[in-house]
Design a protein around this ligand. Structure first.
Ligand code: CO
Length: 289
C-alpha cells in the first residue's frame, strides 16, 4: 500500500513538474556564441570548438550565433547568414526548444559577454518560446580558469622556443572594465615563466609596456603568438601585417628577431576544453530548471 502511494505521488509530481515546462515537452539545445570572423582560414578554430562540444554532447542540437553586427553584415553580403544571439534564441523558441545552455566563446567578460548576459536573461519564461536559458562564462572568469588558461598557453608554445627567447601573446583588449583580465593573466604567466608576456591591441598592457619587459630581460628573439580565439584580422594586420605599425615590424625595427605562430587559441583542445567545462556547468544548472 505504502509503495503504491509513493509511486502515485511520484507520478503526480513528475506530471506537475513537466506540466510547468511548456506542456511537458522539454527540449534541450546548446547555443555557442562567438564574436564572429570574416576570415575563412580562421574558421578552423570555430570548427574545432564544435567538434569538442559534439564530443561532450553527442545527441544535442547545437547552434551558433555571432555577437558582432559588423561581421554578420559583412558575411550577409557574401551570402552567408549568421544569427545574432537574439535571433538564435527566438528561433530555438519557435522550434520548440525550451531549455537552452548558452556558451560564451569570448576570452574575457567584457562588453560582448555582458550584452549576451542581458539577452540570455530576457529569454527566460518566454510565452510560447524558451523556458530557461543558462549561460556559461567566457574563457577566463574564475581564478582557476586563469590558472588553466596559463597552463594551456604554456603547453602550446612551440617546443623550438628556447627559455631565453620571449613569447609575446597578442590579446584583443577592451575599454570595458573586464580588461583587467589581461594584466591579471600577466601576473599568473610570470609565476610560470618570466619571459612570457601579454599585450593587447585595444586595451592595457600595450606593446610598449611589453617592450619594457623585453629590455629588462635582455631578450633578443621574440615569438609572437595570438591570444585570441581565432587567428583573424587582428593576427593578419596588427600582429604580422605589412604596415609599419604591426607588432612584428615594430619589434624588428627595434632589433628583435621575430618568429610567429598563426593559430587562434580555439585551435588548441586544451583551451577549448576550458570553454567546454563552462558549458557543462551551464548545462548542469539547466537541469535544475
Ligand atoms: Co577587434
Amino acid at each position: 500500500m505504502k509503495k503504491i502511494t509513493l509511486i502515485l505521488l511520484s507520478f503526480f509530481f513528475a506530471f506537475q513538474i513537466s506540466a510547468h515546462h511548456n506542456d511537458g515537452k522539454r527540449k534541450e539545445a546548446i547555443l555557442l556564441v562567438h564574436f564572429g570572423t570574416t576570415v575563412p582560414s580562421a574558421k578552423v578554430a570555430l570548427d574545432n570548438i564544435e567538434e569538442e562540444v559534439r564530443k561532450a554532447f553527442p545527441e544535442m542540437e547545437i547552434r551558433w550565433a555571432y555577437t558582432a553586427k559588423m561581421i554578420r553584415k559583412k558575411l550577409e553580403k557574401q551570402g552567408i547568414h549568421t544569427d545574432s544571439p537574439t535571433e538564435a534564441l527566438a528561433k530555438l523558441g519557435e522550434d520548440g526548444y525550451t531549455h537552452i545552455a548558452v556558451q560564451s566563446l569570448h576570452t574575457i567578460p567584457g562588453s560582448e559577454y555582458h550584452d549576451l548576459l542581458r539577452i540570455v536573461n530576457s529569454f527566460q519564461l518566454m510565452p510560447k518560446g524558451t523556458h530557461s536559458v543558462t549561460l556559461g562564462a567566457p574563457l577566463m572568469s574564475k581564478h582557476s580558469d586563469v590558472q588553466a588558461t596559463v597552463d594551456a598557453l604554456i603547453q602550446n608554445i612551440p617546443s623550438e622556443r628556447k627559455a631565453k627567447e620571449a613569447v609575446v601573446l597578442m590579446g584583443h583588449g577592451t575599454h570595458h572594465e573586464g580588461n583587467i583580465y589581461y594584466p591579471g593573466l600577466q601576473y599568473y604567466l610570470w609565476q610560470k615563466d618570466p619571459n612570457v608576456f601579454v599585450g593587447s591591441v585595444e586595451g592595457f598592457p600595450v606593446l610598449d609596456d611589453v617592450i619594457v619587459g623585453l629590455k629588462k630581460n635582455k631578450v633578443k628573439t621574440v615569438w609572437l603568438i595570438p591570444f585570441m580565439s581565432v587567428a583573424g584580422v587582428h593576427t593578419e594586420e596588427d600582429m604580422i601585417g605589412e604596415g609599419s605599425d604591426s607588432w612584428k615590424n615594430i619589434l624588428e625595427s627595434k632589433g628583435y628577431k621575430v618568429k610567429s605562430v598563426i593559430k587562434g587559441t580555439a585551435e588548441y583542445d586544451n583551451i577549448v576544453n576550458i570553454w567546454v567545462d563552462h558549458l557543462k556547468g551551464a548545462y548542469k544548472e539547466l537541469q535544475k530548471l
